[in-house]
Every structure is written in structure tokens, then in C-alpha cells.
Ligand binder design. Sequence first.
Ligand code: 2RA
Length: 334
Amino acid sequence: RPLKVAVLGSSGAVGSELLKILEQRDFPISELVLLSSERSEGKKIIWKDEELVTKKTTKEEFKNLDLVLASAGGSISKKWLSTIIDQNALLIDNSSAFRLDKNVPLIVPEVNGSEVLNHDGVIANPNCTTILLTLVLAPLNKLSTIQRVIVSTYQSVSGAGQLAMEELKLLTEQYLQGNPQKSEVLPYSLAFNLFLHNSPMLSNNYCEEEMKMVNETRKILNIADLKLSATCVRVPVLRAHSESINIEFADEVEPKDALEELKKSPGIEVIEDYKNNRFPMPNDVMGRDNVAVGRLRTDISQSHGLELWLCGDQIRKGAALNAVQIAELLIPKK
Ligand code: 2RA
């Protein structure tokens, strides 16, 4: 039956994409409620040819809801969790608030979709970099158990939000006009620059973004002792993340076998043309659903090693699309 659905954080980059994807995939909705902060209240949005207005988030707005898709930050999700649960609604949360909670499934539908049935009212959407990584690691893990992963990320500015995306264009223009300016949204200007991810630094000198990849990947792949190290970098790209991935397997894995496995994996497309040096680029995936992989090769520095490269849209598969795909797993088939 069509559902009463709320999008919490409907004005943000991910929130807006959620609305687009709900329409594109014809998600069965009887009523759509757009919830936002006081700052974004009253914003008019066209959805399915209807004009909707964003509402300030209050307790009343959660009445009789079936599903809440939240992308408004962890503190907002925590604030409204009990209200959502009291309404017997399901919360699919894009924040990191509940991801490592043992009672909360952390889901990439193509990887561990069957675990959605274990939810107690909350399902967590993984971090964007983790979604892209696990989508690719899972099929390869079938060929031989993955022992260790070293990943470097090249993260688009969309991960820092709508304002950061707009600012990148402005700072780049100013730089080209010989008038370079400091960033007001990020710690440093991204105009012809890059910097190590500025999430809070932890006591082990990894940042939160890097440890999300370690902890979330272990949970999604269900490999508790997976050895993983990540270096996360923010780069001057608009909305697609890229990742350089080095994998150590238990046994030898031939690149051609890995390629065949990836070619038949849902949500993945292969872009690999050694003759013309043509491999995935952010522009190949921007605004699209698939994650593009390529540049598979034997790691010459170790036995049982494989190197590969991926690009994926941070706002779609990295967040909004994955959340809607989780919701689709729970809709009774017609
Ligand atoms: C980033 N992963 O790219 C975050 C977005 N939530 O900064």
C-alpha cells in the first residue's frame, strides 16, 4: 500500500536527491511530508508536478508516518528517534548516529540486503565512501576471503554539502581572475587545491571519516577482523567520489576473474581500456546510479594482491539512492 513518507532534511543536497529518486523510482507514496530546519521552512518544492512546502520539524508532523528518510545530521536523528518509533514508523538514517549500534542494520542492499529484516525501527545508511567500497569488495570476497584493504579516497565536495559545492565554483572563478580567496565553508580553499579530510582527528591519528571506513566495512562485510587502513582526501570535484583500493586476499585472485565477477555484480559497471588509458572518472558517474570500476591489476608488491579504482556519485549511490533502495527492500512486493 502507498506509504506516508517524510524526508527529514529535505532542503539539503542529499534530501533534494531523495525527493528526485522517490519520484524517478515511483516509490509508492500516499503523502509526502518535507521536514526541514526553521531556516529552510516554507521552501516551495515541486514533486510529481505538485507544489509542496517544507515544514518546520515538530512532533505533530510525525503523526501516522510509515517511513522517515533522514539526512539532517546525527543530532536531529537522535532528537526525533523516539517520536518516530512511537509512531511505529521506520527510520532510515543517513547520519553516523546509529551505524555501529548492534541493533541497527547497516545496509548496502546489493551486499547485505537480507539483514534489513533485523531492524527494530531504525536502519542506518553507511557513509558514502563505505557504500562505494563495500559494493565492490563484496563480490570480490566471493573469489577469496579478503584479509586486508588499503584505500585512499578522492572525495568530492558534495560530501561537505550544497554550500561547499557552490563555493568551489566561486573560489575557482576568483582564482582564475587572479583574486584567490579563502574558503568560508571549508578549512581551506579547494580551488586548484586538495586537503586531507577535515573530520575530527582521533587519538590514533586517523580522522573520523577514515575510521568510519574501517568500522563500517567490517560490519557490512561481516569480517570482524578485516585489516583496513584508509586515507581520506577532499578534492576539487563536484559530486563523485573516487577510491584507489589495494586488496590482500587469502589466495591468488586473477584480475580477469575479478573483472568477470564485477561485471555481473548489480550496481557496478566496468570501465577498463588499457589500450587507450581509459578508466573511471567522476564525470562518468555524476548523477548516475552505477559505481564504475576499472584499472584492475595484480599488486606487484605482494602475493595474493589486487589493485583497483572506482568512482561513484556521492549523493546518489553514496547516500540517497542507497537509502531508497533499502526502503524498497521492505515494501511488500505487489
Ligand atoms: C564526506 N562522507 O564526504 C562525508 C559526507 N557525509 O565528507
